[in-house]
Write a protein that binds this ligand. Structure first.
Ligand code: SIN
Length: 289
């Protein structure tokens, strides 16, 4: 039995199938609506911290039930991005693509909302109406990236901080496609001044170190010249591109992915032209690290 298999067998409230050696797990034999006991909830939290992203098939969740799922992991009531919201429940963000209309710029590696001082600790994404093929989402592990670095480089990165900014993302471009785009953009900028996060963070649950930068929001490394910062960030971003760091999930309607937004980045693969709708809830914005 491999180390990964022995970890998986420790979960008793559901069957956990590791997805890739370094990231991801599929959870079987669990209807998320019925995950109300503290035993199963504690196991889900542990699985999320250990595997980075959890996948579920054949779930059926109302907006309120999806929010209850998010509450297993953290408080879903705080900061949100600028996606449209569900009519009946404003905590649900609509990740919606309509043919012929502008797409959100989520086809870049990012962790959610790191342009804010307290980004969410995680996200629940629920597929409502997805194309039969295409429109996958991929995740990559910051822990994997850290573990692959030379110890001297690890030690150096641990001394650094990076600036994260909404300006350095897909949002400005998207705002400007909207009828009141200039105003939206001005407001978003005023609400989100650039923030600083450590380049290497320690996961509060696993105690493991991870690299915490992403091309969508990380603007530069403080204290380095522009050229050195760009070169170092490009090197780090490249490590997240390694297939070994990644898990790519093919959606079906009623699939759910729950990810740890501290230890992973994700990328919405934009290789489809049909309608696509997912419901998203972020949680745990109180204190990330
Ligand atoms: C996101 O970045 O949260 C959206 C992912 C997706 O649309 O697949």
């Amino acid at each position: 039995m491999t180390k990964i298999d022995s970890r998986a067998s420790q979960f008793t409230h559901f069957k956990l199938e590791p997805y890739n050696p370094f990231i991801g797990a599929v959870i079987h034999d669990l209807d998320l609506k019925t995950a109300t006991g503290e035993g199963v909830r504690a196991e889900l939290r542990r699985a999320l911290a250990e595997y980075g992203v959890l996948f579920f098939r054949k779930q059926s969740l109302t907006p309120e039930q999806q929010i209850d799922v998010a509450r297993i992991f953290g408080d879903p009531d705080k900061a949100k991005a600028y996606f449209k919201r569900h009519d009946q429940n404003k905590l649900i963000e609509l990740i919606e693509f309509k043919p012929g209309q502008p797409a959100y710029g989520t086809d870049q590696w990012h962790a959610d909302i790191t342009f804010s001082a307290n980004p969410p600790t995680g996200t629940v994404l629920y597929a409502r109406d997805v194309p039969p093929i295409g429109g996958d989402t991929a995740w990559a592990s910051g822990t994997y990236v850290y573990d692959r670095l030379d110890p001297a480089l690890q030690a150096y990165l641990e001394t650094l901080e990076a600036v994260h900014s909404i300006e350095h993302s897909g949002w400005p471009e998207w705002f400007l496609t909207q009828p009141n785009g200039e105003e939206l953009y001005r407001q978003a900028r005023a609400e989100n001044l650039p923030v600083v996060h450590k380049v290497v963070q320690t996961h509060p649950v696993t105690g493991r170190k991870l690299v915490y930068v992403s091309p969508n929001f990380t603007l530069r490394i403080r204290g380095l010249s522009r050229q050195q910062s760009d070169a170092l960030l490009t090197f780090l971003f490249g490590l997240f591109e390694k297939p070994e760091a990644q898990a790519r999930w093919r959606w079906e309607n009623d699939s759910v992915a729950i990810w740890d937004n501290r230890a992973t980045v994700h990328y919405a693969v934009t290789d489809y032209t049909e309608y696509r709708l997912l419901h998203r809830v972020t949680f745990g914005e109180d204190k990330v690290f």
